[in-house]
Design a protein around this ligand. Structure first.
Ligand code: COA
Length: 286
């Protein structure tokens, strides 16, 4: 029921702004995982026993992230979103969060206004970009990295945590565990000279992310490798969420013919870095 509410709220917003429908129903795996991991971040608002609002935050170490905040179309503007946001912010206080962040729709003035009132500031744009598979054929990568499946070993898990600490400032070991068990997703490691220098997940729909590399200099090679691997599958399109602050990857995506579908915005209470080594999966996963 909550997934249906989220889907209808997203599509109402994107259609109102002329972007067409963005969301479709899916199994709420990450929400269920987070509910079990730390239920303090999940809240629903109900009317006559039916959900009319949903908020969900997750935390890794002292980093807090608002994954979803949605109110039923027709009930928006009545204070439900503000109340839900304040409940999830109590979760941030509980964990002693040093930074609080989220990704919202760049065209939603209401969400941005509400977040600014709660201490979040705009940091950088992100673009959900995609290209139909048949149009991608002509792109020849300049540089590629060696690719192999992630094996889930303890040694590798600690290397993935190192990559995340470097790119984002905290370990996402529990989220790698979740992704490893997700049906239809390919978990890949990038290496150079036998050393793991990055990772990337590619879904069966052709979506790239999350993605991380060990240095900004490897970002384009990693990204071009990910595009090439995604294009090998029987996919209709290839897509990714590129931070606008990562000039080299953004240029590379544009040169490969990817088009902007939805402009998004990263907001946070403290500096968020420029994500020169990281591509998020989606606005909720980050
Ligand atoms: C964003 C959303 C969750 C907010 O919930 P809501 O119940 O509509 O919001 P509230 O009524 O609690 O608060 C809205 C506040 O935003 C602020 N606001 C609204 N429009 C604004 C604008 N143009 N500029 C600045 N601030 C604005 C106001 O302070 C307003 O409260 P007020 O009218 O009492 O002063 C809801 O509108 C929604 O679901 N939107 C579609 C999905 C979405 O974008 N979700 C966010 C994903 S990150």
């Amino acid at each position: 029921m909550v997934d249906a509410l989220v889907v209808s709220s997203i599509n109402d917003l994107t259609e109102r702004h002329g972007f067409g429908r963005m969301a479709s129903p899916s199994v709420p795996r990450f929400q269920a995982f987070s509910l079990q991991d730390d239920p303090r971040g999940l809240w629903t608002a109900e009317e006559d026993g039916r959900p009319v609002g949903f908020a969900w935050s997750w935390a890794c170490e002292d980093f807090w992230f608002l994954a979803q905040l949605f109110v039923k179309p027709g009930l928006q503007g009545g204070g439900v979103g503000r109340t839900l946001l304040q409940r999830t912010l109590a979760h941030a206080a509980d964990i002693g969060a040093r930074n609080r962040a989220l990704i919202t729709f760049a065209f939603n003035t209401v969400s941005q206004g509400l977040y600014i009132q709660h201490g979040f500031l705009p940091r950088f744009p992100l673009y959900l970009m995609s290209i139909p598979r048949e149009r991608f054929g002509g792109h020849v990568p300049d540089q590629v990295l060696e690719v192999s499946p992630l094996d889930g070993s303890d040694a590798e898990t600690s290397l993935l945590s190192e990559l995340d600490r470097f790119a984002l400032g905290f370990s996402r070991a529990k989220h790698h565990g979740l992704l490893a068990g997700e049906p239809g997703i390919r978990a890949l490691g990038f290496s150079q000279g036998g050393r793991l220098v990055g990772y990337c997940y590619i879904s069966q729909s052709g979506h790239i992310g999350p993605f991380a590399v060990a240095s900004p200099e490897l970002a384009v090679a990693g990204f071009e490798t990910a595009l090439a691997v995604a294009a090998e599958g029987a996919v209709e399109s290839i897509s990714c969420l590129v931070p606008g602050s990562n000039a080299s990857v953004l240029r590379c995506a544009a040169a490969a013919g990817l088009r902007i579908k939805f402009p998004m915005l990263a907001m946070s209470t403290d500096e968020l870095g420029n994500w020169s080594c990281y591509l998020s999966r989606n606005p909720g996963f980050m």
